[in-house]
Design a protein around this ligand. Structure first.
Ligand code: NAD
Length: 318
């Protein structure tokens, strides 16, 4: 088994590459590090079955030799990143996806697109099933991400129908775990960093908006399950456990033993108010469901942030 992972140096990508190596696969990672740290690859970079190609997949995505699967993760994924890189985000969703699909087509490989719950926008149906078409503002600030993923899904279907490429689409809901960047703007890293540094924990709006948070190992199992079937999807991959953002902030504060106060800030424009996947299809088609509770996932994640914080600040918290 030889698998190409675009965006393989990112948060999800680095965990995916490691999981593939553990399963005995050869892994070719294509990444330009636009939103990731090379340190994410520490531990696998020198692995004999791991190869890194430093490339912008919006320009080209070529790998010599045979491939069984192309898993396309390359894309700025956090709001901070895609708002900073709007055109690059559109390009990697369009040209980058096209190059990754061409690569799969030429190699006769399975192609898996890492799409997102953001294709549902601010959903009018709850929980979100895959047959819901979504509620996206095409000219809102988040549209660069949402629409590039919607385009990527459409292009994936076009390659499947016109060129008979074996494709699969997963719609990933919020995932978390070690190696998220503290400043990436997503809830858990933000709260963890604020709690660890004793600064106020900033909750958007009144904190009653909900999220469903899936531990990274579960997300990776879902991606791998999709890579090893011929099921086209789309399939939701996420946790069905829903939590308000305020409750999440309280959990993080408690688990880190922080005395930070919780303060309320403006809700970003077009921020979804509810978010929870219906995962019946994943259960049926992939035999997949999450196995790590939020409490366990936080217990595996927060010590990683604490270590990072201590490392950057030159001491351990007392
Ligand atoms: P990330 O930013 O940590 O990783 C993305 C990786 O893609 C980075 O290593 C980045 O350098 C690379 N990249 C971006 N543009 C590139 C380009 N043009 N050429 C080559 N490499 C490029 O993000 P992540 O959280 O690991 O997300 C990975 C994928 O999963 C993304 O496609 C994202 O949309 C999707 N996803 C993630 C989540 C989540 O909760 N993490 C949720 C839904 C969907």
């Amino acid at each position: 088994m030889r698998t190409a992972v675009t965006g393989g140096a990112g948060f999800l990508g680095s965990h995916l590459c490691a999981a593939l190596l553990e399963r005995g696969a050869h892994v070719v990672c294509l990444d330009n590090f636009v939103t990731s740290e090379p340190a994410n690859l520490t531990g696998i970079r020198d692995h004999p079955r791991f190869e890194l190609i430093d490339t912008d997949v919006s320009q080209a995505a070529w790998v010599g030799g045979p491939l069984d699967a192309v898993i396309h993760l390359a894309c700025p994924a956090s709001p901070t990143d895609y708002l900073r890189l709007p055109v690059e985000t559109m390009r990697v969703g369009s040209s980058g996806t096209e190059h990754a699909l061409d690569l799969a087509a030429k190699k006769g490989a399975r192609f898996v697109l890492a799409s997102t719950s953001e294709v549902y926008g601010d959903p009018l149906q709850h929980p979100q099933r895959e047959d819901y078409w979504g509620n996206v503002n095409p000219v809102g600030p988040r549209s660069v991400y949402d629409e590039s993923k919607r385009y990527a899904e459409a292009l994936t279907c076009a390659y499947r129908n016109s060129y008979r490429v074996d494709t699969g689409i997963v719609r990933i809901f919020n995932s978390y775990g070690p190696r998220m960047r503290p400043n990436d703007g997503r809830a858990i890293p933000t709260f963890a960093w604020q709690a660890l540094s004793g600064r106020p924990i900033t909750v958007a709006g009144d904190g009653s908006q909900t999220r469903s948070l899936c531990y990274v190992d579960d997300t990776i199992r879902g991606l791998l399950a999709m890579a090893t079937t011929s099921y086209p999807g789309p399939v939701n991959i996420g946790s069905a456990e829903e939590i308000t953002v305020l409750h999440l902030a309280e959990l993080v504060r408690q688990a880190t033993g922080s005395r930070s106060e919780i303060v309320f800030v403006d809700l970003p424009e077009n921020d979804p108010l509810v978010r929870r996947p219906d995962i019946s299809r994943a259960r049926q088609a992939l035999g997949w469901e999450p196995s790590v509770s939020l409490a366990d996932g936080l217990a595996r994640t927060l010590p990683w942030f604490a270590e990072l914080w201590a490392g950057r600040n030159g001491h351990t918290r007392g």
